[in-house]
Ligand binder design. Sequence first.
Ligand code: NDP
Length: 283
Amino acid sequence: MASLIDGKQISQDIKDELREKVRKYKESGKEIALAVIQVGNDPASSVYVNNKKKACEYIGIKSVAFELPEETQQDELLKLIDELNADQGIQGILVQLPLPKHMNENLIINRINPLKDVDGFHPGNVGALCIGQPGFVSCTPAGIIELLKRSGNEVVGKECVVVGRSNIVGKPMALLLLAENATVTIAHSKTRDLKEVCKRADILIAAVGKPKMFNRDYIKEGAVVIDVGIHRMENGKLCGDVDFEDVLDKCSAITPVPGGVGPMTIAMLMNNCVESLKLQRME
Ligand code: NDP
């Protein structure tokens, strides 16, 4: 039977460590502030934004909320980002996605000063990750590396298969695993013989957005399985991209949904906010 990788506990440990770091920074007169911008009132976005505010409060980071109406013009948002970029009192800027359809997300993200881009979405930060330079790393894949390390699942030399190649999960995940000296395969919707590719994996990262797609036929005996997907089922319960019950006795360790990868994303966002002091040479 697989052991469970407890993202709830690991994320709590990280938040407690960060809280202590922030307390020490405060003692030496250094404060961290995160600007959180939400345009419109998409209910899911409001939940995420609220959770981010709560995490900031817990750790001791000041969160400054900008709740802009749906009809806000792109130029107005760009102007706000310019102001926050120039504001010495703001260390992190986060624009909650998705943005309304009349806005160009890439243009908005690219406007954020990469040194304040705590989501790690700016091309400057993605490029830094690619060539192993310091920068902010996308929170979900960074959280998965922490899950693997803190649960004692060694990555060095392992065959890792990442299924999904999105800019915020799959691609940075593959780059991070490579940086940890894994042998990495990236699979996607055009991959042939996906089951066979997945069965090579000592560590399988499922990030496709398809409920319970990965059953035991995709899993090598004893593999570590990381389930990034989150889906609400008809019965109201959450499930992941992995068929948890079906694979449980075949893998050696697995992240549950909920309580696996999910809680790590906010913890790593908080970590990026704290790291911003180093990147901005304010430490
Ligand atoms: P995207 O939709 O952006 O990307 C999905 C990827 O999966 C694409 O690369 C796509 O391939 C690939 N894919 C889709 N169907 C298949 C298939 N049948 N076989 C192989 N590959 C396939 O999703 P995200 O990366 O943003 O998110 C993935 C999942 O993770 C979602 O369920 C999302 O909700 C969840 N998520 C969870 C987070 C958390 O905090 N736990 C944070 C972010 C995401 P192609 O490129 O060829 O189209």
